[in-house]
Design a protein. Sequence first.
Length: 503
Amino acid sequence: NRRARFGLPWLPLRSAQESSAILGGLSGYGTSLERAGRTWDVKSQSLWVQAPSISSRLRNCREILFTSTKRSFLDSVMDATTTPTPLSHDEYELPREVRTVRVNRLKAHRAMASDDTGTKKKHSVISQLQREMRGWSGATLRRGFVAKGHGGQKRAFKVKLVGEGVNDYSGPYREVFTDAMHEVTDLDPSGNSSLGVLEPSANNQAGVGEGRDLFVFALPPNESMMINHPEKEQYVLSSEERDLLNSFSSITHKKDENSREIEEAISYLGKLVGTACRHGIPVDLPLPLGVVWKRLTEESIDVADILKEIDILASRTVQDEESFSIRSDNVLASQRRLLNSFVEGMSSVLPVELLSMFTGEQLRGIICGNPEIDVELLRRVVEYEGYNECDMVVIYFWEVLREMTTLERKQFLQFVWARNRLPLKESDFDAPFKIQKDTKTVDKDGDYPLPSASTCFFSLTLPEYPEKEMLKQKLLFAIENVTTMESDYVTNDVEVSEGWRGL
């Protein structure tokens, strides 16, 4: 691994012969549309000539190399491909090259609570971001500017939250990524996707199997019908013709306006995920391991295992091998085509060619962080101001945090840090978690104030509650009922009216 640290920058992860028609690449006719972040299964690999190369041998060693070695190389490449940004005259101000994005979260929250799908798609946070960034190049999102007093947070743009009176010292920047990921996995009362970008997997809908919380890329209604009821003409095709059709399904697929809209939305989702990964913001994106993450890392996969991960009932009901092959090809070909759009957006921000160094589990950890909120990890990076670790209110706080459910811990992390996932290890924290003593006096009635937080600086201001039950009650009320960020300044009437204006 010490040698690999020096050797990786000089070794190709994707050599020329792997996409060359002359040397017999995987696609046979040069680089296929299927290859950008798309794994070839065993059947596809047997159809095309694979020339031996250093690249293929290096990828086969992905489990031997330490994750820290590979992560160090990936970070160095991302640093080298960062768009340079000149410093501002005032070190506390952002330079003009860092553009400002206006987001009306107040309107987005009301839109997502409505029953109108068109209103949701128009006013959601991710739709507002997509409109504001329309026409932006990948170089703009590859900026990694760190302003003084912003807690070490890298950024590509500045966020203006309309009507909330908040300065973007990094909290609002992280908040919009979290809000966008929450919206794409939001479901309406009938259990369907609110925005039509990601939809719950069959296992998620039926509440069976292991991946009951997983989402897959959403399909247009007409395509879903085709997948659920395969056309009889496909049975007429020979196995060779079906393999060839499956290999080039992105080219042969007929697109309509709905398909283009979904592909554009998924491509933009890939840009957001790539930007968040560049800037150290783990995203809560529950995508399947086999359909997405292992395909991004180009690992060998078993089609049967992939189908079980997203639709275990379908994998059990199909009787003969030919019917299973047609069923799995239809489902996975559509997901692979939409994965192409996802990776197309991601590739404008991240060096996706290097992702094949990692395993699917490792890549998911890098992009999504730890799905479980590790209280002990959080305790190891804490700093106290006005308190010490032996104070009773601090002891009460950690006991309450351990007793919380996973959802409540995510809400707490969102409350204090504007993100709902922790990094994987201590060294990935940009700033320590601070617990500060609240100096506010108690009311005449003996009522203690609620705890408050500063998401920009990852700090919690905690009153000195005399009892554990009171601390738990106040903290849960605060994290479950907060709708806007703590104001830094008093907004004017025009901005307030714009933020709260009706849809």
